[in-house]
Design a protein around this ligand. Structure first.
Ligand SMILES: *Cc1c(COP(=O)(O)O)cnc(C)c1O
Length: 230
């Protein structure tokens, strides 16, 4: 399948998931995850009309960003080491992986130095898997309250990664829990602005995530493919 065909197919599946759950497809944004592919392929992705690209490591993203950073909107979706914050702030408009106070402090410092506000998702480890980054759901409220003093970080929502399941349906509880956590934080008024966004759903499980309220799906293999020109 060509990139165009894959985009069409994914959009159709997004629309169907929205129909099933009474949502509007316009409320679901795609982050095209380009971590498996070359700069030439990222070029094609941006030329195809997809606006949002996601990378999970600065070392791998650097060459692509240097070539194409002024096109599209860049999302940092992977675990972010504190010493890499200075490399990504000012380049990646969205950071999906805020999960600890030391990272928030460094992000605040760098964003302030650039005179910008970085849009951020709080990464939550809903499934409790040890291999996954993210804070425990029970820690989210206190964390958010504490970082309200940082004026250069704007937390717009929550992000999670579900465990890989052979039956995507088995991930539903993880996505539902993240939505309920967001709604609960909003009811309690923990943040100045309500949290509107949910970054959840990957190639294997994005339709279930959309049915549970995802506003950003992060799609790599199913959309961009794993190798150039396949
Ligand atoms: C790689 C990656 C994705 C995309 O994975 P696919 O299964 O290929 O769609 C999404 N989110 C994060 C955080 C990733 O690292």
């Amino acid at each position: 399948m060509s990139l165009e065909e894959r985009i069409r197919e994914v959009n159709k599946r997004i629309e169907q998931a929205c129909l099933r759950s009474g949502r509007s497809a316009e409320d679901v944004n795609i982050v095209a995850v380009t971590k498996y592919v070359s700069t030439a392929m990222v070029d094609k992705v941006l030329a195809s009309g997809l606006k949002h690209v996601g990378e999970n490591r600065w070392q791998n993203a650097q060459e692509k960003w240097n070539a194409l950073g002024n096109r599209g909107t860049w999302h940092f979706i992977g675990h972010l080491q504190t010493n890499k914050v200075k490399d990504v702030i000012g380049k990646f408009e969205y950071i999906h992986s805020l999960d600890r106070m030391s990272l928030a402090k460094e992000m605040e410092k760098c964003a302030a130095a650039h005179g910008l506000v970085v849009k951020t998702f709080l990464q939550v480890n809903v499934s409790g898997e040890e291999s996954k980054y993210g804070m425990a759901p029970a820690e989210a409220a206190a964390f958010l309250e504490e970082i309200q003093k940082f004026t250069h970080i704007r937390v717009i929502g929550l992000m999670t990664m579900a465990p890989f399941e052979d039956r995507p349906e088995d991930t539903r509880i993880v996505f539902r829990d993240l939505r309920e956590l967001r709604d609960d934080l909003n009811r309690r008024g923990v943040t100045k602005e309500p949290l509107t966004e949910l970054s959840m759903g990957m190639s294997n499980d994005f339709e279930v995530a959309i049915e549970e309220g995802a506003t950003w799906v992060r799609l790599g293999s199913i959309l961009v493919g794993k190798e150039e020109g396949e």
